[in-house]
Ligand binder design. Structure first.
Ligand code: AMP
Ligand code: GLY
Length: 427
């Protein structure tokens, strides 16, 4: 029998990407919520009758809205508002909000903070050096071997990292990434296969989500520039039970307990980007203080548990009593992006042929807007077609069948999302 809650909750979700559409879609299935606002949302959240877009894009406006509307819980999708201190501001106003504080968000907003933190807590990661002056950075690179990785010490939407294949490219990357009054990191290149490892934490307790894997490069076969992510799937076969246990023991547990010991407890979604070498040794590439985009899309179509209850449990610090139930079937998300993404996306084109969907297939919107009854592209990543299937291969086929049908001028997509996973061999 379905439980009817006496005081259903009013929820505010901050963000406008595919991750936030998926979050809003999943939260709307909870019997505990009455109304969901998305600020500012996109065409997908606007067209969903269970959701209400509000055209507010700044912290002060979100805060005023949440106070006026007596929002019971705010959930923050992207990193920028977290790094700006949205959680601190809402908490100071006595409002319930889910996400890390500004101080805890440094794990993502400052790669140098994250590197020193990992060093202090013996968390495996690539060796590094940091520079705020170009001459020293160029001299350092001359003494290193390629490939070598250059990273800006700021939020850059996944675009502040250059994996230089030779030393000339490394010099060029220094010129491009080191701005006045900023710093860069120069990192050892580590080889292996990447996975996204995302957990929920209440500051002390940890609840891992299912594993997933992103495809960061723009083009097939991992060619072209890094992007925010061109597609993802869950689960990630590379994360075997042994590797899972090691990531928890060597990376996640020391991070959550280290943050707690340093008096900056981490409450929220913690995402470790990990590189796993041939022997199954995991190393941390980066931390994100939020759910991944597009990893969230396949993850949430697989999550059977009530996400709102899990988030409440994290806020109430009772995550040790919570558990997650996942659909055992894999899911695949394929991103459709605008021409020019990731550098200069061309937008404003009509999206046509959004097909009727079968059970287990979702089109999550990202850079879309409604105008005069039409859906137009409005950002770099436009849609993420996400499908579940009995095998990864079938999930892939179902997602691509729909992704191929959707049309807009300049549409870009990869054709090899989830193609090389080891789990294809068993499916
Ligand atoms: P990050 O934002 O730090 O995760 O970097 C973006 C992407 O660059 C990662 O997903 C990796 O594909 C790649 N990358 C970052 N750091 C390294 C590294 N030290 N070695 C090899 N690849 C890296
Ligand atoms: N998909 C990578 C990220 O969310 O940072």
């Amino acid at each position: 029998m379905e439980t009817i809650y006496v005081n259903p909750m009013k929820i505010l979700i901050i963000g406008n990407g595919g991750r936030e559409h998926a979050l809003a879609w999943k939260i709307s299935q909870s019997t505990k919520c009455s109304q969901i606002f998305v600020a500012p949302g996109n065409a997908g959240t606007q067209l969903d009758k269970n959701l209400t877009n509000i055209n507010l894009t700044h912290l002060d406006a979100w805060l005023a809205f949440a106070l006026k509307e007596q929002i019971d819980l705010t959930i923050v999708g992207p990193e920028a508002p977290l790094a700006e201190g949205v959680v601190d501001a809402f908490q100071a106003a006595g409002l319930k909000i889910f996400g890390p504080t500004k101080a805890a968000t440094q794990l993502e907003s400052s790669k140098i903070f994250a590197k020193h933190f990992m060093r202090r807590h013996h968390i495996p990661t690539a060796t590094f050096a940091e520079f705020d002056n170009k001459i020293a950075a160029h001299e350092y690179v001359n003494q290193q071997n390629a490939p070598i990785v250059i990273k800006a010490d700021k939020l850059a939407g996944g675009k502040g990292v250059i994996v230089a294949q030779n030393i000339n490219d490394a010099h060029e990357a220094i010129e491009n990434l080191l701005e006045p009054d900023s710093s860069i990191l120069i990192e050892e290149f580590i080889e292996g296969e990447e996975a996204s490892f995302i957990v929920l934490s209440d500051g002390k307790n940890i609840l891992p989500l299912a594993t997933s894997k992103d495809h960061k490069r723009l083009l097939d076969e991992d060619k072209g520039p890094n992007t925010g992510g061109m597609g993802a799937y869950s689960p990630a076969a590379i994360v075997t039970p042994e590797v899972h246990a090691r990531i928890m023991r060597e990376i996640i547990n020391p991070t959550i307990s280290g943050m707690d010991k340093e008096n900056i407890p981490f409450t929220g979604f913690l995402y470790a980007g990990v590189m796993i070498d041939k022997k199954g040794n995991p190393k941390t590439l980066e931390f994100n203080c939020r759910l991944g985009d597009p990893e969230t899309q396949p993850l949430l179509v697989r999550l059977k548990s009530d996400l709102l209850e899990l988030i409440e449990s994290a806020i109430d610090k009772t995550l040790h009593q919570a558990e997650t139930v996942w659909d055992r079937r894999p899911a695949v998300g394929v991103v459709l992006a605008s021409k020019g993404y990731p550098n200069q996306p061309e937008t404003g084109f009509q999206i046509t042929q959004l097909p009727d969907l079968e059970e287990g297939v979702q089109i999550f919107h990202a850079g879309t807007t409604c105008q005069n009854g039409q859906i137009l592209t409005s950002g770099g990543r436009v849609l993420c077609v996400t499908a579940i299937g009995d095998t990864l291969k079938l999930a892939r086929q179902r997602a691509y069948e729909v992704a191929e049908k959707i049309s807009f001028s300049g549409k870009q997509m990869r054709h090899d999302i989830a193609l090389k996973s080891n789990s294809n061999k068993i499916s």
